[in-house]
Design a protein around this ligand. Sequence first.
Ligand SMILES: Nc1ncnc2c1ncn2[C@@H]1O[C@H](COP(=O)(O)OP(=O)(O)OP(=O)(O)O)[C@@H](O)[C@H]1O
Ligand SMILES: [Mg+2]
Length: 362
Amino acid sequence: MNWDDTAPPTEDTAPGGPDRLVGADADGEDTAVEAALRPKDLAEFVGQERVREQLDLVLRAARARGATADHVLLSGAPGLGKTTLSMIIAAEMGAPIRITSGPAIQHAGDLAAILSSLQEGEVLFLDEIHRMSRPAEEMLYMAMEDFRVDVIVGKGPGATAIPLELPPFTLVGATTRAGLLPPPLRDRFGFTAHMEFYAPAELQRVIHRSAGLLDVEIEGDGAAEIAGRSRGTPRIANRLLRRVRDYAQVKADGLITREIASQALAVYEVDARGLDRLDRAVLTALLKLFGGGPVGLSTLAVAVGEERETVEEVAEPFLVREGLLARTPRGRIATPAAWAHLGLVPPQQQSGGSGQQGLFGP
Ligand SMILES: Nc1ncnc2c1ncn2[C@@H]1O[C@H](COP(=O)(O)OP(=O)(O)OP(=O)(O)O)[C@@H](O)[C@H]1O
Ligand SMILES: [Mg+2]
């Protein structure tokens, strides 16, 4: 593979674009197939053992009491299964689910309309709950705690608050940014599930399960190969599986082996660790042009021909998580793992270890 390819990305293959193969956010195709791939109950939900066990207890206990389950907050990176879990919660409680999101609730009145039409025991899934408006948030406090809302009628001095009783319901909030939630909101959830990135073995199970549902033949080694490149994220694993399936159909007999998976993902420029072209461009520039850093973000961005924000928000989080890049007050620096990953030798080692003093030097 040629990692030195410096041709500017074309419009539809722009690495930071919405169609990025290893992006964790859902694209149009994901949205269409995800419904079919979603586990339907806790037993089918792969991994997240702690969360599953805790949630199982919460739901079982509520069922045994014949009560509505406590409010649940799901926090975790995109594509880890928050929406899936919310649907599982409703299914396990045998309750209907209503789905909305923070940005969809512009005014407190929008929320009042939803809340007042809930049935007893219904699950209200509020995605991106950290993006709700302030007045709606305050209305939600009371609804969560007392199952009551004050509907304001009229404006100005003549406005009156009409209290409205709500049936007991379960709020399931999801957020990728739990830290952004105001404490009073966070405190009103009876249970918070922190979703972690998945281990490769768990992703392998996700891939086998999805392959079964998509009627794709895959060997254990083939699933392992895809799992290793999926960035700990089931959504990415499912997406890579679909692309590898295409390749296996066109270039082979449809069976996904390790060889086929790795050939396919080389074509799609997803490397053995799940880095794509943008990630590698950033690392390559950092190593080859700046000797591993430290270098400022703006300089690095110019060097790879991307916007600062793209480098900072699209490429860096995964590189940092993988321990390939570190953000320091003096700028970005590469770790020894970065040199190893790109098969390059750090300058200190080239010159015999004297001279320049690296942060991670011998
Ligand atoms: N534990 C799991 N087992 C099997 N499949 C999973 C699991 N978690 C997620 N998936 C699959 O990954 C895809 C994405 O999951 P989901 O939509 O629930 O993520 P999310 O956390 O809601 O993401 P976002 O933050 O973008 O809303 C779905 O197709 C789902 O089937
Ligand atoms: Mg979701």
